[in-house]
Design a binder for this molecule. Structure first.
Ligand SMILES: NC(=O)c1ccc[n+]([C@@H]2O[C@H](COP(=O)([O-])OP(=O)(O)OC[C@H]3O[C@@H](n4cnc5c(N)ncnc54)[C@H](O)[C@@H]3O)[C@@H](O)[C@H]2O)c1
Length: 372
């Protein structure tokens, strides 16, 4: 089996969440990485035997065939375009970039230099979401999707730019999920926002519609509706109510973040036992309601209510490696390509635009995910 040589830019939280899956996947060899934090380069050398490089330019000269760009949002466009120019395939974290102009330039660079550009992992890569997508055709058309998530996102230590773009960052998950499950093109968005990280949006598809509701200011934690399995597939203890808020109180936020980050003294690896999720999702089809859950998909059909089980996993991000490997090694066009990422970013930006203008925002750059 051919090994995919991977390079990484940015060894922060996003990388740390994907790292256990990368470490367990025999199809991938992590050859090199760059990050300004020396402690992160030290840890990646110990964990993966990967070469720590001083700059992104050095990473482009490395033997990596694909680069996983997991740097802060503002670097995504510049680094993805430079990687494409250097002939490297790209896996770029969500949100793809901060503007549609940047996303278009990234898509154009991938096309021009004939490389694959995948945007993710978002929670649309989660196995229960993908299984739901496979089940839908048995139950007719998707009429309505309801998805919501109440988290402590804004109470985890953050850089100021993360707070500024919290809504774009988190809505990228919801929009990706409902686009994947709808299977039809998104037409328009109508939304309201509350504070830095809360929204309610109505998304009109060519067929059906979706409601997505999010609060990152939460006191309530919607993981209560997922059997106390957290977003990362980890078991959660409800008696730890408010722990993120308490941990942050009185600490220097940036120092706290650095201490908890990959290579820092308070770093803890994520411990998934189940599939990841992004809050409750109900997909209403003609003949059933379907609910992706951390351990499978609940099917509520005319004559039965059953769980379509999925095997537990400690490598919940395998879906993104499947898509990357299939694209780079087997030449299979990825679903979450640059055009997909552009369309999701357009919808996320439309949430902000609609909330500001009080108007429904028509969309122009949409692609749909056919179920074949
Ligand atoms: N898919 C997910 O579940 C998920 C989770 C968290 C974050 N993210 C996304 O990943 C990206 C990074 O977020 P994060 O939470 O990991 O942030 P972070 O601050 O924890 O990590 C970013 C890392 O990039 C490094 N860095 C900064 N500038 C760099 C540069 N020019 N070149 C190389 N490295 C550089 C930093 O030192 C840091 O280690 C964001 O776009 C975020 O939206 C995705």
């Amino acid at each position: 089996m051919k090994k995919l040589k991977l390079g990484v830019a940015g060894l922060g939280r996003a990388f740390a969440l994907t790292a256990p899956t990368l470490a367990a996947d025999k199809r991938v060899e992590l050859v090199a990485a760059t990050d300004p934090r020396p402690e992160a380069l030290g840890k990646i050398a110990r964990d993966f035997g990967a070469e720590g490089l001083a700059s992104f330019q050095d990473l482009l000269k490395s033997s990596a065939e694909a680069i996983y760009i997991a740097t802060p949002h503002r670097f995504h466009a510049e680094q993805a375009i430079a990687a494409a120019k250097a002939g490297k395939h790209v896996l770029v974290e969500k949100p793809m970039a901060l503007s549609l102009r940047e996303c278009s330039a990234m898509a154009a660079a991938a096309k021009k230099h004939r490389v694959h550009m995948i945007v993710g992992p978002s929670h649309s890569f989660d196995a229960p979401v993908r299984r739901t997508r496979q089940l839908i055709p048995q139950f007719g058309r998707v009429r309505m999707i309801t998805a919501f998530n109440y988290t402590d996102f804004l109470y985890r230590p953050r850089m100021p730019e993360e707070r500024k773009h919290a809504l774009l960052n988190q809505s990228a998950h919801h929009v990706d999920i409902v686009r994947l499950l709808s299977g039809s093109a998104l037409m328009s968005v109508r939304a309201h926002t509350a504070g830095q990280g809360a929204y309610a949006a109505l998304l009109r598809f060519k067929e059906g519609f979706a409601t997505i509701v999010y609060s990152g200011h939460a006191h309530f934690d919607s993981d209560e509706f997922a059997g106390w399995i957290g977003e990362l597939g980890q078991k959660k203890d409800p008696s730890q109510y408010g722990s993120a808020r308490r941990a942050l109180a009185g600490r220097d936020e940036l120092k706290f973040k650095a201490a908890r980050n990959y290579g820092g003294p308070e770093f803890k690896s994520s411990e998934a036992q189940f599939h990841e999720h992004f809050g409750p999702i109900i997909v209403s089809c003609d003949k059933a309601d379907l609910r992706p859950l951390p351990d499978g998909v609940m099917v509520y059909a005319d004559g039965e209510r059953r769980l379509e089980p999925l095997a537990p996993t400690d490598t919940p991000r395998a879906g993104v490696i499947d898509e990357l490997y299939d694209a780079v090694v087997n030449g299979k066009a990825p679903l979450h390509d640059a055009a997909w990422g552009l369309a999701t970013t357009e919808a996320c930006l439309a949430i902000l635009k609609s909330a500001k203008s009080g108007k429904e925002i028509p969309l122009k750059h949409q692609t749909s995910a056919s179920r074949t």
